[in-house]
Design a protein around this ligand. Structure first.
Ligand SMILES: Cc1cc2nc3c(=O)[nH]c(=O)nc-3n(C[C@H](O)[C@H](O)[C@H](O)COP(=O)(O)OP(=O)(O)OC[C@H]3O[C@@H](n4cnc5c(N)ncnc54)[C@H](O)[C@@H]3O)c2cc1C
Length: 411
């Protein structure tokens, strides 16, 4: 980048966004589109964090957060609606495909959960149906005859995450945002309780507002967050060689802990099995794959789709998510520190939130009512509510610990 960090068209930035993942780039785009002078700072490269390491599943709704379910659904449904227009709006093909997703049950316990979950989701207005084995296999014939059933959620689907992040970033630049990579923010610049900018390598960069879109790494910059509010969680993915069309729908299984899809160019991508990682991946920031997890994912794929038994795996990677104590992201102004806004802790699903979060944050900063109930996402909620996780493995999800893997587990 040629732009000077301490200047913006000769003036200081109005808003500094920290973090060049999907959330930070979406926010930078909306703010710049609204006419703000935006400076985005990313310590590595765009999409170098979770946003470039994920599975690319996207959808609306959740069966996980019953209390906040309606608020989650309102935002994620609005996100999905925005996503449909984004390829044209951004002028970016990020391979969005929305054929509907299948959540597959392979054990009686999972099946009972699916039945319950469909009831909850339908009660909150979501379009989800329960399918028996025959119906599920009619939609996706490659599924094993051993499955017990599935849910089908029309309208959900998948995308190419890297291309969406760059689509947001390019559009932000076109609206005048300055994006600098390789720039790590060391700390927030404060005057009393007010945040007035950031510090980078001893340099002070002053702005009216700072937005932290730093996901798992937010506690490092914001020590005020109670310990355990956002915790790094390592996830792993493997990818097969390109294959002819086999999986018309993305899938999840075992309470959504395993998931996968076939990309537009034919590769099959599958992730999950964090429970076979050291400490279930929790607390780990090292982007390192582990043989046990990859083996679990491989076995899951083979058991769900017997046709994949002799397929070659060509790549694998690990990425770091930001898990929150209650499984919900932190979105909004951080009341204890005026001048600071948070959009972090998107757990395993940031691509179902990013587009709408960009709009919501722009609305908040410009003094408009975003039109959503943001109460469940208040960034300072853990200061009063505490951060006791009902089940660290599920990180705020429903407490379904099966002990044994759903399908044939690793030897
Ligand atoms: C293996 C895996 C599979 C996943 N699968 C899916 C999926 O299928 N669907 C889905 O929706 N989600 C999935 N996720 C989760 C999803 O990737 C995240 O929710 C989403 O990317 C969060 O975006 P973000 O912009 O908040 O965070 P990130 O992409 O992590 O971005 C944060 C950025 O902040 C930067 N940063 C941190 N500290 C500083 C600093 N001090 N100074 C400057 N920059 C800083 C980091 O370098 C990073 O680039 C998955 C994640 C992983 C790891």
């Amino acid at each position: 980048m040629t732009e000077s960090r301490d200047g913006y068209r000769g003036e200081r930035p109005e808003t500094i966004v920290v973090g060049g993942g999907v959330i930070g780039c979406s926010i930078a785009y909306r703010l710049a589109q609204g006419g703000r002078r935006v400076l985005l700072l990313e310590r590595h490269g765009l999409a170098a964090g979770a946003s470039g390491r994920n599975g690319g599943m996207t959808g609306a709704g959740s069966s996980l957060h019953s209390a906040a379910g309606r608020a989650v659904y309102a935002l994620t449904a609005a996100n999905l609606a925005l996503m449909r227009d984004l390829p044209q709006e951004l002028g970016a093909d990020f391979e969005l495909r929305l054929p509907g997703t299948l959540d597959v049950a392979t054990t009686p316990e999972q099946h009972a959960h699916l039945v319950e979950s469909v009831r909850d989701q339908q009660a909150s207005g979501q379009d989800v149906h329960l399918l028996d084995r025959t119906e599920a296999r009619a939609l996706m014939p490659a599924l094993s005859e051993a499955i017990l059933g599935a849910t089908f959620a029309p309208g959900r689907g998948h995308l190419w995450p890297f291309a969406l992040v760059h689509g947001f970033a390019d559009a932000a630049r076109r609206h005048g945002a300055i994006i600098q990579t390789g720039v790590a923010v060391d700390r927030l610049l404060r005057e009393g309780d007010r945040v007035v900018g950031v510090e980078v390598g001893g340099e002070r960069i002053v702005a009216d507002e700072v937005v932290l879109a730093t996901n798992a790494y937010t506690p490092r910059i914001l020590p005020e967050l109670p310990q355990g509010a956002i915790v790094p969680a390592r996830g792993q993915i493997l990818v097969t060689e390109p294959l002819p069309p086999l999986l018309p729908h993305p899938f999840g299984t075992n309470f959504d802990k395993e998931y996968g899809r076939q990309t537009v160019d034919g590769k099959i991508l599958c992730g999950g099995y964090r429970r076979l990682d050291q400490d279930e991946g929790l607390g780990h920031e090292e982007e390192r794959t582990t043989p046990a997890v990859l083996d679990g994912i491989r076995r899951c794929l083979m058991e769900l789709f017997p046709d994949l038994r002799s397929v070659r795996v060509v790549r694998a990677w690990a990425g770091i998510m930001g898990f929150t104590a209650d499984g919900l992201p932190l979105i909004g102004r951080f009341d204890p520190l005026p001048g600071l806004t948070l959009a972090a802790g998107f757990n395993g699903g940031g691509f179902s939130w990013a587009a709408i979060v960009g709009k919501v944050v722009a609305d908040l900063l410009d003094g408009r009512d975003p039109g959503f109930d943001l109460t469940p996402f208040r960034p300072d909620r853990f200061a009063s509510g505490g951060t006791a996780w009902s089940n660290p493995f599920t990180a705020g999800e429903r407490s379904h610990v099966t002990g044994a893997p759903a399908l044939a587990g690793p030897a």
